[in-house]
Design a protein around this ligand. Structure first.
Ligand code: BGC
Length: 769
């Protein structure tokens, strides 16, 4: 965690070498902080400025500020004209710096009020330089990696004039069938909260206003991760218990970290559409949490209020959304078309419009747009895919990979290997190295695993590539053909059989086989739910045939969700989950495979054995026979394939000797849990120390375990080190459905510390009021 904080403070620029050792990088990775130059204006000055401006605005101009228009969904009039007529406050999906600059000049110079536009984009895991997907970031168990990556993304985005990121996505997801699980931090509210806060700070800095800061939009508020059956956009029925204790905490953490905007979700939450849910947006977000920024709808969620069977027509939809607290409408034009009439008819008050506009103008003010509306001259050329960005992306990819299996030291690959069979179409696919939501990324910047391995071993080792099997999504993804995986080249059965046979013969002729398998990037993300979590297509058969050759086989997974690979987990000697590692993914994976980087990530989500177990998570409550849970299914095991928090490394770092600093924890206080780590191996590496608690008796049924602390540490060969994790009473607070209130955790607690959610080092303490 501390590593990246110190990186962001260090002071030297990186050269162009791609193989800088971690230690050197730790000293040299620079994130120059322009944030020191942020305007120091007081809130009072901002309020005066915005009030003065609003006093001059017509109702139509105010509604214009509340409208966000999509680049590729132009309204009846051109973008230029809508800017001139002040019918737009924000654009989304503009990428071209010249176009952004041109429209901003029109807004600032050719309109009556000179109000700058704010340009929004899905800066999900990088802008032009693509970083590992958010689920991978969570697998680093290192919030400072997430903070660093989002800061680097903010530097690129702001360099082209984009100052509004649609992220972080902080939806807790317990069901891997949901394709958007890749965009969040997984299943746990504590890990999710740490990642959420880190990402917000990465985007915004400590205070908005520096030229390289961009506003975060925390999404999707709230409960989208619980859509029924993992089907995207279906309704979410979430008990109050789960809402308060599981789904809302990461949103609250992001709000506390200073997020300037929130995005309302698509679905119904317990019967009320999230984009017209006054309880969520006004009572919880604003009144209880004190959020002061603005809320943007999701894509067309305002007109969709009619689809929900909630609003009577578009005018009613606009009124319901704005009255519930949605300040800006994304893409659709119901605000533009109907809000004026809604105000005239009294359905919406002028004060409601003023409140929304004030929030939007204040956000623009905080960003410094009134003083500096344009991206700094030459910033895009300097920043986009700079060597510094590449180094940061590679380091992030190395820190996010999870080693799932490594029998008899199958990895790292031996230096004396003479030939490597690289098998699987994903090994040579730029799009599938980048992952979904890489919309400003360029294929040409990206290093695939095949390219990374070739570059690493040079001409002394023969790297033989065979596609083996290709994958195809059954229906179009919402991003095709804008951002697409390569089209299949194997069409007939004869071609497919020949490619399969060629892959096996390539493996037979080589010293070792690296099979790159998983999912196309388009099988993840929005509208990408699955009814199976198996390796798609013919990959499993190829994997089994590869192992049957008797050659050493390494499986590298590219995927954005857990996969059901029980056979592989027993028979494939080494499995490395690289998720979607991004622009520098191929170089990172090559270093990981050869041991020049040591995997240290841990799973942020439970891996089931079979899809029928979903949703499967480590922190349920029990009702009976607690020791017999694994026989719950008569036709299968309830045990996970890999538990939450699990991951190996090339080092062997034990965690033992748990000691608590006190047997009592007093309300509002904290105690310390100390364990001793020992690196028994001759390889420097990382361990993620994880602390779980269980309250034995509460005012509600209490989960079997809950993560309440963690730290990723690096140990040198042979090193022994004490690691202390605080247990804070504040983190043990929970909401109880018995009296609909928050409670300190009182009574006896079990605490476990170890290297995964099945940690066995155990102690107890008492929490006293
Ligand atoms: C997604 C959002 C995204 C928006 C703009 C929507 O479909 O749900 O997450 O930010 O599109 O791309």
């Amino acid at each position: 965690m501390r590593l990246f904080r110190s990186l962001t403070r260090a002071g030297c620029r990186l050269g162009s070498s791609h193989s800088i050792p971690l230690a050197t990088l730790a000293v040299c990775l620079v994130v120059p902080s322009l944030r020191a130059q942020a305007p120091q204006d007081s809130d009072a000055a901002m309020h005066r400025f915005v009030a003065g401006l609003m006093a001059k605005m017509t109702l139509a101009e105010k509604i214009g500020q509340m409208s966000q228009i999509a680049r590729h969904a132009p309204p009846v009039i051109s973008h230029e004209e809508s800017v001139r007529r002040e019918q737009v406050g924000s654009f989304l999906f503009m990428r071209d710096p010249q176009e952004i600059d041109r429209l901003q000049h029109i807004a600032v110079e050719e309109t009556r009020l000179h109000i700058p536009l704010v340009f929004g984009f899905d800066v999900v895991h990088g802008y032009r330089t693509i970083y590992p997907i958010p689920l991978a970031m969570a697998a680093s168990w290192d919030p400072s990696v997430a903070e660093m990556a989002q800061h680097m993304a903010a530097r690129e985005a702001s360099a082209v004039g984009v100052r509004f990121a649609f992220g972080p996505m902080v939806d807790i997801a317990r069901d891997a069938r949901w394709g958007r699980i890749m965009e969040g931090a997984g299943e746990d509210p504590y890990l999710g909260s740490k990642m959420a806060a880190a990402e917000v700070i990465g985007f915004q800095g400590k205070k908005l206003g520096a030229p390289d800061s961009i506003m975060a939009s925390v999404k999707h508020f709230a409960g989208y991760g619980a859509t029924s059956g993992g089907r995207d956009y279906d309704e979410s029925e979430i008990s109050d218990n789960l809402l308060w204790n599981l789904y809302l905490p990461p949103f609250h953490a992001a709000e506390q970290a200073g997020a300037e905007t929130f995005m309302a979700a698509y679905m119904n939450l317990n019967g009320v559409p999230a984009s017209a849910n006054a309880w969520l947006l006004n009572d919880v977000l604003r009144k209880q949490w004190g959020f002061k920024g603005f809320v943007v709808s999701d894509w067309e969620t305002v007109p969709n209020l009619v689809t929900h069977g909630y609003a009577a027509d578009a005018a009613d939809a606009a009124a319901r959304a704005v009255n519930a607290g949605v300040d800006m409408e994304m893409t659709s034009h119901d605000y533009l078309n109907y809000l004026e009439a809604d105000v005239k008819s009294g359905k919406v008050s002028a004060a409601t419009i003023d409140t929304a506009v004030r929030r939007i103008l204040e956000a623009k003010y905080k960003l410094g747009l009134f003083q500096h509306p344009y991206a700094p001259e030459g910033a895009a050329e300097r920043e986009l895919v700079s060597p510094e960005q590449r180094h940061a992306a590679k380091l992030a990819a190395e820190r996010t990979a999870v080693l799932l299996r490594n029998e008899n030291g199958a990895l790292p690959l031996k230096r004396d290997v003479r030939s490597i069979a690289v098998v699987g179409a994903l090994a040579d696919s730029k799009a599938d190295t980048m992952g979904s939501w890489s919309l400003a990324g360029h294929y040409d910047d990206t290093v695939t695993i095949l390219e990374g391995l070739r570059a690493k071993v040079g001409s002394s080792v023969e790297v033989r590539f065979a596609r083996g099997v290709e994958l195809e999504r059954g229906n179009d993804s919402i991003f095709d053909p804008q951002f697409a995986s390569p089209k299949p080249t194997l069409i007939t059965q004869q071609q497919k059989d020949a490619a399969f046979a060629e892959a096996i013969s390539t493996i037979k002729r080589s010293d070792v086989a690296v099979l790159v398998m998983g999912e196309l990037q388009s099988m993840n993300g929005e509208r990408a739910s699955r009814e199976s979590l198996d390796l798609p297509g013919d990959q499993e058969r190829l994997l089994e045939a590869a192992v049957a050759t008797g050659k050493p086989v390494v499986l590298v997974l590219l995927a954005g969700r857990p996969l059901t690979i029980p056979w592989a987990s027993q028979h494939v000697p080494a499995i490395l989950d690289a998720w979607y590692p991004g622009t520098e993914g191929g170089n990172a994976v090559a270093d990981l495979l050869f041991g020049d980087a040591n995997p240290g990530g841990k799973l942020p989500v439970t891996w089931p054995r079979s899809v029928g177990q979903e949703p499967l998570y480590y922190n349920p409550t029990l009702s009976q026979i607690p020791n017999d849970r694994d026989t719950m299914y008569w036709d299968g095991s309830n045990a996970p394939l890999y538990p939450f928090g699990y991951g190996l490394s090339y080092s062997k770092i034990t965690v033992g000797g748990l000691k608590l600093s006190d047997e009592y924890l007093h309300a509002g206080g904290s105690l310390k849990a100390t364990v001793t780590l020992h690196n028994e191996s001759g390889v420097a590496g990382d361990q993620v120390v994880q602390l779980y608690v269980h309250q034995r008796a509460g005012l509600s049924a209490r989960p079997v375990r809950e993560l309440k602390g963690f730290e990723r540490v690096t140990l040198q060969p042979g090193e022994t080190r004490a690691v202390t994790i605080p247990v804070n009473a504040a983190d043990l607070r929970y909401w109880s459905a018995s009296d609909h209130g928050w409670h300190e955790g009182t009574g006896t607690f079990d605490v476990w510390v170890g290297d995964s959610s099945v940690a066995t080092e155990h102690a107890t303490f008492e929490e006293k009021p």
